[in-house]
Design a protein around this ligand. Structure first.
Ligand code: 2AM
Length: 176
């Protein structure tokens, strides 16, 4: 990737207190699924993965996204699971709030209008807590019930260092 482009995605970023709780769940998941836990500061829920975008288009992207109006919602993370193919252990809601689906649709439409490419696979909201998971039986998993009051979303720059991924928030927007 050239230095004049950045790898970007839009995400919900938990506040530090919730990240700590999520990281505790990550350790519980790890004892069942194996693999390695996602670093506490890296825990998030991806809304749209954009990938590489030329740096000179980022201000335009921020303007477009900043003009959207999004509604707050409550996200109840009550399901834990593991995807063998991607070797990911995750938490997810049982029911996807309508406002979350609306937000993702608005973001995708705005990106399409601006001719910005993104990963358009079906949106399956999940918080990745384990990578390189072995995905054994989840019979031993403790019950999970975690409430997340979502009132902002973020544009994030992803970099891969020798020590692992580093995510830097470029901008964030409140929800009404
Ligand atoms: P994951 O947690 O399910 O792996 C940064 O890479 C974030 O973007 C991760 O949360 C990752 O999801 C998500 N993502 C979604 N689509 C992606 C893609 N095509 N390539 C890389 N990351 C992707």
């Amino acid at each position: 990737m050239s230095r004049s482009s950045q790898r970007l995605f839009l995400a919900l970023w938990p506040d530090p207190r919730l990240r700590t709780v999520l990281h505790t769940y990550a350790q519980q998941l790890q004892s069942v699924f194996g693999g390695r836990t996602v670093a506490k500061d890296n825990i998030h829920l991806t809304l749209v993965f954009i990938g590489s975008l030329s740096s000179d288009r980022i201000d335009g992207l921020r303007k477009i996204i900043g003009s959207l109006r999004a509604q707050r919602f409550e996200l109840d993370l009550v399901r834990a699971g593991c995807w063998k193919r991607s070797q990911i252990g995750w938490l997810a809601p049982e029911r996807v709030p309508a406002s979350l689906n609306v937000l993702v649709s608005q973001l995708r439409n705005s990106l399409s209008d601006a001719r910005i490419l993104f990963d358009d696979k079906p949106f399956i909201p999940h918080v990745t807590l384990i990578r390189k998971a072995k995905c054994k039986s989840k019979a031993d998993l403790p019950g999970i019930r975690l409430g997340w009051s979502v009132h902002r979303f973020s544009l994030v720059h992803a970099r891969t260092l020798s020590t692992g991924p580093v995510y830097e928030t470029i901008d964030e927007w409140p929800m009404k």
